[in-house]
Design a protein around this ligand. Structure first.
Ligand code: NAP
Length: 574
């Protein structure tokens, strides 16, 4: 007989690593990346019993899988790191401005060891379903190993860019060479020495990997459908003086990042691009270009909201591309023309455009003449087969919803999340969705996570969720569930916030545009992390306005949500 389901989350003492089989745990956490690890840490610290599941063989999430050459974060290392432990942030010393994947993975492994988090996870195990039983307010989580765990709460921390995607090219299975996806890179690496390589995709992953693949390979053919804006990261080893300064003032810097739009210390120049002379404008763009990375889009306050302002920034970057690429015809094909700069996530590169000056690198445009098929020996475009030994798919992800909907999640009345989100994801605050009590999504659609420094975002989400669980425990409540009205209002607000920006003017993964058949819905919240945090805090302080809280076996309503503050809608900066 399985154990009876306790009415409210367990006692405030002693989380265990693997509760006895059949025991109902307080929470199941899915995913062992930045989000899942922190969720486990916080839930345990606050005395909740738990289990964690992870598909991969170890911790790391994104940084476990994305091991391709050149994989590097586009947020600065001193910011893209946990802030919850002062000891941790003082002990750990980053070596580079933008951390490379091995350093990031080493950091995450260090965190897992330091806080003894691994023992709560079952690795190499995929959660296949989570089904809510409304009679007893309990979820049953099932894994591909056949294990079933009953839990009061489910916390998904499955990542927004974890469901890697290879387009459905005809003939894929016929290719006799090696095919790899950047988001599922072989652990042993890929030796490109002497190889002819096809690189399909010119998003962040393709742009980061090309220079390193080209250095090793005999020849690389880059298949580009849409050129992207990319800005040099101006990566460099970190100056020990700067590291000392950051460590000394971490509390202040983190507080600033939490209040900002993008969750970082980048400061937006609060001046319109039209308010300055052409000379000043150029100087400001040049200064921001030299800083490197996302700081560029914060050169003026209206680059993310005003198309004419944006066009000036786009022209500046286009000129940089023309200067970097020796062949004018190739340069012109690399200049983006179909979307405002920043409306797709800006790429941050190291020598991407210059790589096209190599004799052994060729650009093939597949916009007008798409890839027809993969043959036994290569990639066929416009009737011609480009013969290669290796195909690198840098073709992206079924972002934000892919990994959530891969699980069979069933809420009240057997409603599946796939059915509920058939026309696009609907959440309240990106944290919960009506009809699915006690299910929390870390960095869920409707949250600003992917438009920001995601580590800061996961800390905020997890803190909010764990505070909420404590509240329920203290109040003797069994369930929390988003109200439909609050969810509808939030979805409207997410759309309004996006409408105030230029984000919807690109065919990006933010809109699901990269996956044929996926509903075209702008999924992240573009109102900024500072504004979002305030809203989440206010909801909690008001007794979880817009959520329905219920004691064991019953429902009690809360007041409807208040009108939401208006977004400012910029692409970057504080
Ligand atoms: P992505 O931005 O979605 O890029 C996928 C690329 O594949 C695009 O160039 C796309 O062309 C191309 N593609 C897709 N289907 C195709 C087809 N059928 N034929 C030809 N080309 C096709 O994916 P990603 O580069 O992996 O990056 C995804 C996100 O991950 C980034 O935006 C970023 O947020 C994150 N990321 C960050 C870093 C970093 O921190 N530096 C590094 C890598 C990734 P279209 O544009 O025409 O669709």
């Amino acid at each position: 007989m399985p154990e009876a389901v306790p009415a409210v989350p367990g006692p405030a003492t002693g989380g265990t690593d693997h509760p006895a089989p059949g025991k109902v745990v307080d929470a199941v956490v899915i995913g062992a990346g930045f989000g899942g690890l922190y969720a486990i840490h916080q839930l345990r610290t606050h005395g909740f019993s738990l289990r964690g599941f992870e598909v991969a063989g170890d911790v790391g999430g994104t940084w476990y899988w994305n091991r391709y050459p050149g994989a590097r974060c586009d947020i600065e290392s001193v910011e893209y790191s946990y802030s919850f432990s002062e000891e941790l942030q003082q002990e750990w010393t980053w070596t580079q401005r933008y951390p490379e994947q091995p350093e990031l993975l080493a950091y995450i492994q260090h965190v897992a060891d330091r806080f003894d988090l691994r023992r709560h996870f079952t690795f190499e195990t995929r959660v296949t379903s989570a089904v809510f039983d409304e009679e007893i307010d309990c979820w049953t989580v099932t894994t591909d190993a056949g294990e079933q765990v009953r839990t009061r709460f489910v916390v998904t921390a499955v990542g927004c860019l974890s469901s890697s995607r290879v387009p459905d090219f005809p003939g894929l299975d016929r290719f006799r060479g090696r095919a790899v996806h950047t988001g599922r890179w072989p652990h042993e690496g890929v030796d490109f020495t002497g190889q002819r390589v096809a690189l399909i995709g010119t998003g962040s992953s393709g742009i980061q990997s090309l220079p390193l693949i080209a250095e090793q390979a005999a020849h690389v053919t880059v298949f580009q459908r849409t050129p992207n804006f990319s800005i040099s990261g101006a990566n460099q080893p970190l100056d020990p003086e700067q590291v000392r300064d950051v460590k000394e003032h971490y509390a202040e810097y983190r507080a600033q990042a939490r209040r900002s739009f993008g969750g970082s210390m980048i400061r937006t120049n609060r001046v319109s691009v039209f308010a300055v002379s052409e000379e000043e404008r150029r100087a400001q763009f040049e200064a921001r270009w030299t800083m490197g990375g996302f700081a560029f889009m914060a050169a003026f306050e209206d680059l993310g909201t005003d198309l004419a302002a944006n066009a000036l920034a786009a022209e500046f970057v286009s000129e940089k591309i023309r200067q970097a690429v020796a062949d004018p015809a190739v340069a012109e094909r690399l200049v983006p023309t179909d979307h405002p700069i920043g409306s797709k996530r800006i790429c941050v590169d190291t020598g991407y455009f210059e790589t096209f000056n190599r004799d052994d690198v060729r650009l093939v445009d597949v916009k007008q003449t798409p890839i027809e098929e993969i043959t036994e020996t290569g990639v066929k475009v416009d009737g011609r087969v480009h013969e290669v030994d290796v195909i690198v798919f840098a073709t992206g992800f079924d972002a934000m919803t892919g990994s959530l909907l891969a699980m069979d999640i069933r809420g009240r009345g057997g409603l599946t999340l796939r059915e509920k989100w058939a026309a696009g994801p609907r959440t309240y605050l990106g944290l919960g969705t009506a009809g699915f009590p006690n299910l929390f999504t870390v960095t869920g659609p409707g949250s600003p996570a992917v438009l920001s420094n995601v580590v800061l975002a996961v800390e905020q989400h997890v803190d909010w969720i764990v505070d909420c669980l404590e509240y329920l425990r203290d109040e003797g409540l069994a369930t929390i569930e988003a109200e439909v009205e609050a969810e509808d209002a939030w979805v409207d607000h997410v759309n309004d916030a996006a409408d105030r920006t230029l984000y919807k003017q690109a065919n990006s993964w933010y809109l699901g545009a990269n996956v044929p058949g996926k509903p075209r819905v702008f999924m992240p919240y573009a109102g900024g992390v500072g504004r979002y945090r305030k809203r989440c805090d206010a909801v909690a302080a008001d007794g979880y306005t817009g959520f329905r809280l219920a004691p064991p076996g019953g429902l009690t309503g809360t007041e409807p949500s208040e009108a939401d503050p208006q977004p400012v809608g910029i692409l970057a900066g504080s």
